[in-house]
Design a binder for this molecule. Structure first.
Ligand code: ZN
Length: 285
């Protein structure tokens, strides 16, 4: 199968996504959240898609990859292989303008800039991760390995730490599961969402534990994918002497047999630049 248009039609017919076509733009029921009103827009002219319901978006190879994961299919776009860590091309300017004019996203950018993410990083992150804001909080939607939506967590713009939507099981899911590439056999495990953003932008497969509970459950789910052979613990510098880390070592060894550790002298991975992160992780690559 070739071309985004025929791929969209294929998935829409088979899974009842009710595609509507208007010129070069398609809208369909978003399969990545509980959608009732064709929130997902695909523009075959500029090569991008975005869901205005849940916030997921990106380029076409990402969309096809997500659809494949979601429905267990193996459709290919012009025979390309999908390795999308850090691949994404330039963020389209038209889309940037659209986003910065929108108050939900526009208000977030100063926060990201204050944490030393570049303007371009910011647009990538809100597009890849579907992050948005509401009043004084940043909202992080979460999908699992199969791109099924599992809930949200939040962070207040003025405070450290996360809080979780009632029905979201932070002890079961990693943050970032839906973006995991099956083409890499290594995954870097970090603590928080901003650590994950930084490592992801540096081009590594990465997941955030969000909290340290249930190492056995989380790592068992990860090992069931079958593609990961090596994990790298890349936690905040103040955590290593705490007993809970031993569980991550123990179950990491049990399920993968290959656990590396990268220790920072101070701070969190999010405190460092993308270039620094590449340096820290170069030995385990
Ligand atoms: Zn959606």
């Amino acid at each position: 199968m070739e071309g985004i248009e025929s791929i969209i039609r294929y998935f829409s017919n088979k899974y009842d996504l009710r595609v509507k076509i208007s010129g070069r733009e398609f809208s369909l029921l978003c399969p990545f959240h509980l959608d009732t009103k064709n929130s997902l827009f695909v523009n075959s002219e500029n090569g991008l898609w975005h869901c205005f319901g849940c916030g997921l978006g990106g380029n076409f190879s990402r969309l096809v990859s997500f659809l494949n994961k979601k429905f267990g299919e193996n459709v290919s776009l012009n025979g390309q292989k999908f390795f999308y860590i850090g691949d994404d091309s330039k963020v389209n300017n038209k889309w940037k303008t659209k986003v910065s004019d929108n108050e939900v996203f526009g208000s977030l950018i100063s926060y990201f800039l204050s944490r030393n993410f570049s303007d371009d990083d910011y647009y990538k992150i809100i597009n890849y991760f579907g992050v948005w804001s509401s009043r004084d909080r940043i909202v992080f939607p979460v999908w699992d390995f199969d791109v099924s939506y599992v809930g949200k967590f939040y962070r207040l713009l003025n405070e450290k730490g996360y809080f979780f939507e009632k029905n979201f099981l932070a002890s079961k899911f990693f943050y970032g599961e839906w973006l995991l590439s099956r083409d890499s056999d290594m995954v870097v495990l970090v603590e928080g969402a901003f650590d994950l953003f930084r490592v992801y932008l540096a081009g590594f497969n990465c997941l955030a534990s969000l909290n340290f509970s249930k190492a056995s459950l989380k790592l068992a789910r990860l090992s069931k994918l079958g593609c990961i052979k090596r994990i790298v613990l890349f936690f905040d510098s103040d955590i290593w002497d705490k007993p809970v880390v031993d569980k991550w070592r123990y179950y990491g060894d049990k399920f993968f047999g290959d656990v590396r550790e990268v220790h920072l002298e101070s701070g969190d991975p999010a405190d460092y630049s993308v270039e620094d992160i590449k340096g820290f992780l170069s030995d385990v690559k």
